[in-house]
Design a binder for this molecule. Structure first.
Ligand SMILES: [Zn+2]
Length: 79
């Protein structure tokens, strides 16, 4: 904050026409949202020409809730 950006590297998606799938490393069109080889979802291209992984918030939420219930159960059972 308070620093001026020089503008380089701000929009990496404009420099690439392909991106690599983070799972199977094949080349995909830069605007692809899903890998046609391994069917995983891919995000925007990063500055290295690799697609970002799309975070699956739903499974994260399920995981966190499951841990919360588990810890709650441990406390309830043993303390
Ligand atoms: Zn793939």
């Amino acid at each position: 904050m308070g620093l001026f950006k020089d503008g380089s590297g701000d929009k990496p998606q404009e420099k690439f026409i392909v991106k690599r799938c983070p799972e199977c490393h094949i080349n995909l069109p830069v605007d692809a949202t899903r890998c046609h080889s391994c069917k995983s979802r891919v995000g925007r291209v990063d500055r290295h020409g690799k697609a970002r992984k799309v975070i699956n918030w739903y499974s994260y939420l399920i995981c966190i809730v499951a841990w919360g219930v588990f810890i709650f159960y441990l406390k309830w059972a043993f303390f």
